[in-house]
Design a protein around this ligand. Structure first.
Ligand SMILES: [Zn+2]
Length: 300
């Protein structure tokens, strides 16, 4: 479960160390540039760039730079302007076995990570009290990019990250926002793919354990979470599993226009419930969190 929870996370800081190599002509638009850490692969970069451009055309969203590393199970939006992805998604078995999965997993992960970028833009607008944190997150992102281009040192990056982790509102931000951000990023991925099970497909591999499968199923919009795995619902990627089912049943768009309308409705509802959570001074448990969000979604 640890491995899987580290997969497609929004907040995990990855520190690549290799230097940058030249860019690809097909990376353009909202995906403004690409940096490769283990040799160029313009083919995958184009696929990812296309996904980012298609999603921003439908839902809006900020410009991002793609940072494409080697084979791994990690994808990340760094809450600045970098989307970090492997060129090959690979999952790891219990005893060190490696399971490479089809390219579609990287593409769906890219959609999910860009969902975090959209979420973060809205967060910045709605929560000006986090401006200092936002600036520090942006700084880490800038230094990380400079380092990937060979223009900054590991020391400079470590310094920026230390400044970030010392910011008191960082813990607050994670506590109140993480589960909603994961949920929303999944909404963008499944809407974009027009497939309620896109996240489950992205995380699936034939040899995965029953526990990992049960955990991945919490990301599915086509099924209900089973009570047997209730304990998993406290994890941030799984916490809003019931709201995912609700979206799959009641807010499933028939076209892009409706997708945009539903996305806006979902994002507004999230902002409303997060503001209420903050006012109450506590982040609710999974049950209350799902109930609150679904109640808010039913209102409008
Ligand atoms: Zn995520």
């Amino acid at each position: 479960m640890k491995r899987l929870s580290a997969t497609i996370t929004g907040l995990l800081m990855m520190s690549f160390s290799a230097h940058a190599v030249p860019v690809c002509a097909d990376v353009k638009g909202t995906a403004k540039d690409v940096i490769f850490l283990e040799g160029p692969n313009c083919d995958i970069a184009k696929d990812i760039s296309d996904v980012v451009n298609e999603i921003s055309a439908t839902f809006g969203g900020p410009s991002v730079t793609l940072l494409i590393g080697g084979a791994s199970d990690n994808a990340n939006f760094d809450l600045g302007h970098l989307i970090e992805l492997p060129y090959q998604m690979i999952f790891y078995g219990r005893y060190g076995s490696e399971y490479p999965v089809p390219r579609m997993s990287v593409v769906i992960s890219a959609a999910h990570e860009y969902g975090h970028a959209i979420f973060h833009e809205r967060f910045k607008e709605e929560f000006p009290q986090f401006a200092d944190l936002v600036a520090k997150l942006a700084k880490v992102s800038d230094v990380k990019e400079a380092k990937a281009r060979g223009q900054a040192t590991q020391e400079q990056l470590s310094q920026a990250m230390t400044d970030l982790t010392k910011t008191p509102s960082y813990a607050e931000f994670s506590k109140y926002l993480s589960a909603y951000s994961e949920f929303f990023a999944d909404v963008i991925a499944v809407y974009h793919m027009q497939d309620k099970s896109a996240m489950l497909s992205a995380l699936y591999y034939q040899q995965m354990s029953d526990t990992d499968f049960a955990f991945a199923r919490m990301r599915d919009f086509a099924s209900k979470p089973t009570e047997r795995y209730e304990a998993m619902l406290s994890e941030e990627h799984a916490k809003l599993a019931i709201a995912r089912t609700y979206v799959g049943e009641s807010l499933w768009p028939k076209d892009k226009l409706q997708a945009k309308r539903f996305e806006e409705k979902i994002l507004s509802a999230i902002m409303t419930v997060v503001k209420a959570d903050m006012k109450n001074g506590k982040s609710p448990d999974w049950k209350e969190m799902n109930d609150n969000l679904i109640a808010e979604l039913k209102k409008k």
